[in-house]
Design a protein around this ligand. Structure first.
Ligand code: MN
Length: 182
């Protein structure tokens, strides 16, 4: 199932746009039109990310972000703020309140989806906070070319190593000349 995204937005057209966009990218979008319901809905829906409008009646997105970030249960959920009035200092205030991301309206469809994806990726990376397992295992993760993979496939585990150096082959299997990874 797709990742769940709570969309808090009082403007019906924007709400529909955001939800349609997210669903088109296989996310599960839950709309919230009234900011006063945002926290309660977040508790029951348990989203992977919250898209938060800033300008709303009754309660501003900024206040909601502060409430959510002060809540032990909800605080880890990344928040992407969306605002039309990007005056100088707005982004800073939004980030100070605790939002992890920020997109200004009118949104660029591409940037909106990219921002959602990168926030979800960052959150997943935080959860999986393991000490770089792939790199430590010696996998050629940093190479620029796909060559190592094809070379490994051609000479698996050094079984077919044609000419092992004298004496060396006895002690260590797999000492066949390593693929020249540059
Ligand atoms: Mn609004």
């Amino acid at each position: 199932m797709g990742q769940k995204i709570l969309v808090v937005e009082d403007n019906e057209l924007n709400l529909k746009l955001f939800c349609d966009l997210l669903r088109a990218h296989a996310y599960v979008a839950e709309p919230v039109r009234d900011g006063r319901e945002a926290v309660a809905t977040a508790r029951t829906f348990v989203p992977d990310l919250i898209v938060m409008d800033i300008q709303m009646p009754h309660i501003s997105g900024l206040e909601l972000i502060e409430q959510i970030k002060a809540d032990g249960e909800l605080a880890p959920i990344p928040i992407m703020a969306v605002t039309a009035y990007a005056a100088k200092g707005d982004e800073e205030r939004i980030r100070d309140a605790g939002a992890e991301g920020y997109v200004s309206k009118p949104i660029s469809v591409l940037k909106f989806v990219e921002a959602v994806r990168s926030l979800l990726d960052a959150a997943a990376a935080r959860v999986a906070e393991e000490p770089a397992p792939a790199a430590a295992a010696g996998a050629p993760a940093e190479t620029e070319s796909p060559e190592p993979e094809t070379q490994e496939a051609a000479a698996p585990e050094g079984e077919a190593a044609p000419e092992a150096p004298d004496g060396a082959g006895d002690e260590e299997d797999g000492t066949a000349p390593a693929p020249d990874v540059t």
